[in-house]
Design a protein around this ligand. Structure first.
Ligand code: GRF
Length: 192
């Protein structure tokens, strides 16, 4: 089963997936492609791991995925719009990592540091990350996994972001991909 990971930033979630694959977490799948919508450090990580890369726009994303024989798509900090033709073609086989306990602090405009700034501004003592299926509703698909993370007194948005990555994102994204690909392999429903 071929997996594409779509990124726009540092690629630390991509790195967690690469490391998990090396550790044998995805016996039914391999990361076959890294797609980016801009120049970003995720490209370096893919290059070091020997994974093919492609620069995409929302308009050519489906063609790039199908052209590479992709069965499962992972959004890992991808900031371009994923068009309905992609969410339909990959319904049930496209997942996203979001740095909050959805549905809280999700939706339009809530990404990256903005999420942690909003969590701190609201005085939350608990936050975390969520892996969910991707639909046409931003951050609206079925939740697959969540992991809670404490907000510490005096946290800056940056410090909270790093803790949520370390303690939640980098754990649950590989776990969710392992579970999804095992389930799909069992059901034999790879992309026809
Ligand atoms: C992470 O904060 C993730 O929660 C969000 O975008 C960021 C991606 O970071 N979806 P990286 O590119 O994986 O380091």
């Amino acid at each position: 089963m071929n997996v594409a990971v779509l990124c726009s930033g540092g690629g630390t979630n991509l790195q967690a997936l690469i490391d998990a694959e090396r550790a044998g977490a995805f016996p039914h799948a391999q990361i076959a492609l890294v797609g980016v919508d801009r120049d970003c450090y995720a490209l370096e990580r893919a290059g070091t791991a020997g994974i093919p890369t492609v620069t995409v726009t929302s308009a050519d994303l489906l063609a790039a995925l199908e052209g590479a024989g992709i069965d499962v798509v992972v959004l890992a900090g991808f900031l371009a719009i994923v068009p309905p033709e992609v969410t339909r073609a990959y319904a049930g086989r496209i997942i996203n990592i979001h740095p909050s306990l959805l549905p809280a602090y999700g939706g339009k405009g809530m990404y990256g540091l903005r999420v942690h700034e909003a969590v701190l501004a609201a005085g939350e003592t608990l936050t975390g990350a969520t892996v969910h299926l991707v639909t046409d509703t931003i951050d609206g698909g079925d939740i697959l996994l969540q992991r809670e993370v404490d907000v510490e007194p005096g946290d800056t948005p940056e410090a909270l972001q790093v803790r949520v990555m370390h303690e939640a994102e980098w754990e649950i994204l590989p776990q969710a991909l392992a579970e999804l690909t095992a389930d799909l392999a069992q059901r034999g429903k790879e992309k026809q």
